[in-house]
Design a protein around this ligand. Structure first.
Ligand code: SF4
Length: 359
């Protein structure tokens, strides 16, 4: 397809927008569903190959639209099967997406921003600052690329929005991407197979609670008190722990659903028995499960991974308080694809962008 910028980019169009674009060009709106099925269900991007469309429409697509697709510039495979993809976007910026081949479910870890403004103290992505938001087409584009590269067109997979970036800091594009992903003519994903992870941007969380497409929710908590969380997750100075718990208690959950609280364990910082007891007290009464993430140590991160004994002790205290707790297996550490290790060098934020973040 042509890449002229005046043409509409199919990757950025939800189905109703594509229907309107077709209508404006004198074509029937229902062709949008067919085009979605070619693009997302079958992975066909060349209009000439969309054989159930008329010749006129195929020509109109080729001449009037473009289709941006992230380009794979590097692919690394861990000894545990995890694969990290470095993808170049249309403007030359790069992001990382990760395939985690857990059984029985396969998972894609997808990025929503180039870099991240949240500056969590234990995260390499946070060291980049925010470079720019990723568009809805680029978010879905990561899924299209991974499905093709991994030959997974007929394989069910989960999506976690836990790659580079804070999804709720890129709210509109993230929600648009979710609508494209769940479209019955597209990937037709169940929202239950998608998990959105956030540090807890309260205004955005309140908005999310009213969305028709509701993914699973994971809150990056990481500490049970404001004092400690403020050191690890700077946004906590604006939205405190009790505010987040309050919103979570009111969050509309489907039957049997629970909110996941992610807690990265840092040796000697937040892994003490009293931290576990405080966490248990905080989450009493919240429909929750806790995912403990022993730190993936990396150069540039001033923390260490706790001992296995400390991890077990922390988990046991939570379990003793009747909390559901899991300890995340670290995947892809040898290729720096593990949680908090995604970073793309050489595209730091500009000075203007450093101050452009008003959350
Ligand atoms: S942990 Fe998530 S929110 Fe925090 S800096 Fe890293 S990518 Fe951003």
């Amino acid at each position: 397809m042509s890449t002229e910028s005046c043409r509409l980019d199919l990757a950025e169009l939800e189905r109703p927008a594509l229907e309107a674009a077709l209508d404006a060009r004198g074509h029937h709106r229902f062709h949008a569903g067919q085009i979605f099925r070619w693009l997302y269900h079958r992975g066909v991007t060349d209009p000439a190959a969309m054989t159930d469309l008329s010749r006129d429409l195929r020509t109109a697509l080729a001449n009037g639209f473009t289709l941006s697709t992230p380009e794979v510039v590097q692919r690394e495979k861990s000894v545990d099967g995890t694969e990290k993809f470095l993808l170049r976007l249309a403007d030359g910026r790069t992001i990382e997406s990760v395939f985690i081949p857990d059984t029985p479910s396969m998972t894609f870890c997808i990025s929503t921003q180039v870099g991240c403004a949240m500056a969590c103290a234990f995260c390499l992505t946070g060291k980049m600052g925010l470079v720019r938001n990723v568009t809805a087409g680029e978010i879905v584009g990561q899924v299209r690329v991974l499905v093709d590269a991994l030959n997974m067109r007929d394989t069910r997979f989960n999506i976690v929005l836990m790659g580079m970036g804070e999804p709720l800091h890129n709210y509109d594009q993230t929600m648009k991407a979710l609508r494209i992903l769940v479209d019955e003519n597209g990937f037709a994903m169940s929202p239950r197979r998608i998990t959105l992870s956030t540090v807890g941007l309260l205004a955005a969380l309140e908005k999310l609670a009213k969305e028709p497409v509701m993914p699973n929710l994971a809150i990056s908590l990481h500490a049970p008190t404001d004092r400690l969380r403020g050191e690890l997750v700077p946004i906590n100075k604006k939205y405190g722990v009790s505010d987040i718990i309050d919103v979570c208690q009111r969050f509309p959950l489907k039957r049997r659903s629970r909110i996941t609280f992610e807690y990265v364990l840092l040796a000697g910082v937040n892994d003490r028995p009293e931290d576990a007891r405080r966490l248990a007290k905080l989450l009493a009464g919240v429909k929750s499960k806790v995912n403990l993430i022993p730190l993936n140590a990396a150069a540039g991160i001033p923390f260490e991974r706790p001992s296995d004994e400390a991890i077990d002790r922390f988990a046991q205290i939570l379990a003793d308080h009747r909390l559901t707790v899991s300890v995340r297996k670290s995947r892809g550490r040898d290729i720096r694809a593990a949680c908090g290790q995604l970073i793309v060098e050489g595209q730091k934020k500009s000075a203007g962008q450093q101050l452009a973040v008003m959350i």
